[in-house]
Design a protein around this ligand. Structure first.
Ligand code: NAD
Length: 297
């Protein structure tokens, strides 16, 4: 428990809202800021002091966390922060953003003699609410050591992946595996159905064989075999297809920037792009089985 450390938190949306609530529960003094009034009011109801602006938010805060939509938002907010905060303040970005922007943000922090880590998360709103997120962190060890007890109040697993940007790199590599493997699982169920194989039989075999993966055993894209999977509630997310598309695009941009060959990642991005364009971005990403089945899906 920490009762005397003030944390500033910028971005009180779907993820940031429950994350600040857990920081308050852990005994931190939390000051929050967002552009949306409803998000500020929800955080206030959970014990967060609401700042009128970033300058007010940073007063006395030794740690500032950002949880924002994209790299451009993070760079613009960190630029503002860098000019305002005292030396040795720790900046933690938990957003999912492109690796290049993450590295630029670290450089900006270093120029102002600030500590910084990129620490994107896995676990979604459910994990943010239950304080069971996984954090993938990139940055210097001194910054990581200072961040760890703060992140521990919001998650159950914190992995130091390497230097600046390594957390974002781990996040997009992991989610590229996830997007590709979900499409593979969906194709297998769609093929099995056409071959007259029951979904339960395919699940019973693949979940205990070499086809086993998270997309099958936790987020199974057909209703029945895994009662908690989004397929059982008409593909209400879960992990929205629009967010999967975002992460696959970040993976493709990163692959292009370093000349990595990722043909299946590229194909997965195309399929999720089509799924989103057809109006299904708000569905769980496992709903792509309906697209892969064709018209009757
Ligand atoms: P969200 O849109 O609900 O929240 C983002 C918040 O940032 C909004 O409330 C917005 O008003 C605020 N914001 C934007 N610009 C701002 C600024 N300049 N100053 C202050 N506030 C500002 O998004 P989310 O679902 O909470 O996701 C946040 C990040 O976490 C994203 O990068 C996303 O990719 C990542 N993520 C989301 C999930 C998920 O399941 N939602 C899972 C893992 C990672």
């Amino acid at each position: 428990m920490n009762t005397n450390k003030t944390i500033g938190f910028i971005g009180l949306g779907h993820m940031g809202g429950p994350m600040v609530a857990n920081l308050v529960k852990a005994g931190f003094n939390v000051r929050g800021f967002d552009l949306v009034e409803a998000s500020k009011q929800a955080a206030k109801a959970n014990g967060v002091q609401i700042a009128d602006n970033v300058a007010q938010l940073v007063q006395g805060a030794s740690v500032i966390i950002t949880m924002l939509p994209a790299g451009s938002h993070v760079l613009s907010v960190w630029r503002e922060l860098a000019a305002l905060v005292a030396q040795d303040t720790l900046l933690i970005d938990c957003s999912t953003i492109d690796v290049d922007s993450a590295r630029k943000a670290h450089e900006m922090a270093a120029e102002h003699k600030l500590l910084s880590i990129d620490a994107p998360v896995s676990g979604g709103v459910v994990g943010a609410t239950a304080a069971t997120l996984t954090f993938m962190a990139g940055g210097e060890k001194a910054a990581f050591d200072k961040a760890e007890p703060v992140l521990a109040a919001m998650g159950k697993r914190i992995v130091h992946c390497g230097d600046s940007g390594a957390g974002q790199a781990a996040k997009i590599c992991n989610n590229m595996i996830l997007g590709i493997s979900m499409i593979g699982v969906c194709e297998a169920f769609a093929l099995g159905e056409k071959l007259g194989l029951s979904q339960q039989a395919l699940f019973d075999v693949a979940s205990t064989s070499s086809g086993q993966c998270w997309a099958l055993t936790t987020n199974c894209p057909v209703p029945g075999p895994v009662p908690a999977s989004p397929a059982n509630r008409d593909y209400q997310p879960g992990f929205a297809a629009s967010l999967m598309l975002k992460d696959l695009k970040l993976a493709q941009a990163a692959a292009a920037s370093v000349g990595a060959t990722t043909p299946l990642g590229a194909e997965a991005a195309q399929l999720y792009n089509l799924f989103n364009a057809l109006g299904s971005g708000g569905e769980d990403f496992s709903g792509i089985i309906r697209l892969l089945r064709g018209k009757e899906g």
